[in-house]
Each structure stands twice: as structure tokens, then as C-alpha cells.
Design a protein around this ligand. Structure first.
Ligand SMILES: [Zn+2]
Ligand SMILES: [Zn+2]
Length: 328
């Protein structure tokens, strides 16, 4: 039986709701037994953000301290498109992005995860990547000295979105004057949907080897741990419960046991309906502990999971709040 300390050392968490206040994301994480949380710092579906007050920031920091949340980071609004073909949308996105980085800094968040945008069908990847780098660079120059890092999220390549190849991510990072302020958030669903296989040990190793060669594994500062409803190379972004999608359990066993990423925070963005966060986190914890050296290997999977789920559920004092995010 895993100890609480061992589970917390996994740097595992979830994207959690801020309904009722930012600080409640920390409470919800703790209720799930997590020391890691991803949140929106604002209503992510609107351009206008409610001002962050000193009280909000203080309450968040207090809850985080009291609940032992080691890593907290934000996901950017989906409206932001830093490489839009429309100059006015690009400027608006840049202003919103700078504002968001400043909010993150005030909250003491480690990262702001952002999706490389879409330049539109006609512009093409190269233009999109260049515009993305230019906007990102402008945002960094306007926020000199901030500690919050920008993480470019690997893209599923839906529509004309850029960031779906490792080369494109590398080019974006190379295009800014302070690359040390930019990392990558590796989303397993997106990487798989964009065409990099992860389903077997050999496939996982091959994909990570490619990432290492092209971008560098030290750039990976966070993982979004999601299975995929759609197939390899589908370029469709639909998240699925861990082990229940097209990727399957083996990829997650490889990831959770990968010593190179032991200290890299990992959050799930799996579907929220049915209060499945404790289930998905339970699967990942058992995969991690089953791959740890000198531990008895326990059977991991949905069959074994069900018997343990009542216990997990009983630890959750209140059901996880509905997500304000729609993944995919
Ligand atoms: Zn993601
Ligand atoms: Zn997604």
C-alpha cells in the first residue's frame, strides 16, 4: 500500500475548478491527495478578466501553503491566438497574454501554459510559427524579470494550429530573445493525435528520443496526462480517461516510471463527468508505484481499479466541482 508521502512525491495533480474562488483549486487538489494543480486564473471563455485583488492573491497563497500544494500553474484562455492572421486579434491576444502572465506572477504560479495558435488555413505553418515567436517575444519583453515561465503546449494539430511537430516548437523557442523563459507542456493526447506514437515501450522511447534530439527533454516542464478518444495522427483533440482511449495504459506506465521526468509536474485533463478524477489519479499512482524499483508489482488496470475506487471516493470530502474547461 502506497504511503501518502510516496503518492505526494509523484508531483501528480489535475486541472481543477476555481468556482467560488481561486484558492478553492488548492482545496480541491488536497482533497484528491495531490500536491500539484493546474487552474485558470480567470474565466477562460471571456476576453475581459475580473481584476485580481490583493485579497484573492493572499487567500490563494495561504490555501496553497496550508494544503501543501508544491506546484501550481495556470492554463491560458482559449481565446488567445498569438499567431492570428488578423492583426487586431493578435494585438488583443498579446495584451491578454501579458496581463495573464502578470496575474500568474502575482499568484506565485510557476508556469503559464499556452496553446500555439492558428494562423488560418491560407497562411501556412511557417508563417504561423514565425508570428507565434514574434508575439511570444513581444510578451516576454513586456514582462521582463517575471519568474512565471511560459510553457508552449504541444498541439494536436486541429485545423491549422501550429505546434504539432517538435520542429515547430523548437523554432518558436529559437525565435525569442529569452529562451530560458520558455518551456514545453507535453500533452500526451495532443502528441499522439498529431502523429507521434506512444503505445508501446519502443514507440514511447522513440517519441521521447525525437523530442530530446529536436527540442531537449529539459524543456519539458509539465505534462498533461490524457488518453485520446481519437487515433494516432487523427489531429483531433479529444481527451479520454487514462487507459480507456487509443493510447492505452502502457504509455502511461512508461511515463509514470520514467526517471527523467520524476520531478516534472503532471496533471490530468481527463473528462470531468462522473467524478472520474480520483479514478484516473488512482490509475496513474498505481502505474507509478508498480514501476518503482524494488516494489511488488501489482496488477494495474480498470479491473483492479474498481475494487479500490470506493476507498478513493471516500477520501474525497466533497465531489470535485464541475470543470469550467471543456477539453478538446
Ligand atoms: Zn493539455
Ligand atoms: Zn486537448
Amino acid at each position: 500500500m502506497a504511503t501518502v508521502a510516496a503518492e505526494r512525491a509523484l508531483h501528480l495533480g489535475a486541472h481543477l475548478s476555481i468556482a467560488g474562488g481561486l484558492h478553492l483549486a488548492c482545496e480541491r487538489a488536497a482533497e484528491l491527495g495531490c500536491d500539484t494543480v493546474q487552474l485558470f486564473t480567470r474565466n477562460q471563455a471571456q476576453w475581459k478578466a475580473k481584476a485580481l485583488t490583493d485579497d484573492d492573491a493572499a487567500a490563494f497563497k495561504r490555501a496553497r501553503r496550508e494544503r501543501g500544494i508544491r506546484t501550481a500553474f495556470a492554463h491560458d484562455s482559449y481565446l488567445v491566438n498569438l499567431c492570428s492572421a488578423d492583426g487586431s486579434i493578435r494585438r488583443r491576444s498579446l495584451a491578454a497574454f501579458v496581463h495573464e502572465l502578470e496575474r500568474c506572477e502575482r499568484l506565485g504560479l510557476a508556469f503559464l501554459v499556452t496553446h500555439p495558435g492558428s494562423p488560418g488555413e491560407e497562411a501556412g505553418d511557417e508563417t504561423g510559427v514565425k508570428r507565434m515567436a514574434r508575439s511570444l517575444d513581444a510578451a516576454l519583453r513586456r514582462t521582463r524579470g517575471l519568474k512565471t515561465l511560459v510553457l508552449l503546449e504541444t498541439s494536436a494539430g486541429q485545423g491549422a494550429c501550429v505546434g504539432r511537430t517538435f520542429e515547430q516548437l523548437r523554432a518558436m523557442i529559437d525565435g525569442v530573445s529569452e529562451p530560458e523563459r520558455v518551456g514545453v507542456c507535453f500533452d500526451t493526447c495532443h502528441v499522439f493525435a498529431s502523429g507521434y506514437d506512444l503505445r508501446t515501450r519502443a514507440a514511447y522511447d522513440g517519441t521521447m528520443e525525437a523530442f530530446e534530439r529536436i527540442v531537449g527533454l529539459d524543456r519539458v516542464r509539465a505534462f498533461h496526462v490524457n488518453d485520446s478518444k481519437k487515433g494516432l495522427g487523427s489531429r483531433v483533440d479529444r481527451h479520454e480517461h487514462i487507459g480507456r482511449g487509443e493510447i492505452g495504459l502502457e504509455a502511461f506506465r512508461c511515463l509514470m516510471g520514467d526517471a527523467r521526468f520524476r520531478r516534472v509536474p503532471k496533471v490530468i485533463e481527463t473528462p470531468k463527468e462522473g467524478e472520474m478524477d480520483p479514478v484516473n489519479l488512482g490509475v496513474l499512482r498505481r502505474l507509478a508505484l508498480s514501476t518503482a524499483p524494488r516494489r511488488k508489482v501489482t496488477r494495474v488496470g480498470w479491473g483492479a481499479e474498481r475494487s479500490k475506487i470506493r476507498e478513493e471516493r471516500s477520501k474525497v470530502a466533497t465531489p470535485p466541482a464541475p470543470s469550467e474547461g471543456v477539453w478538446g
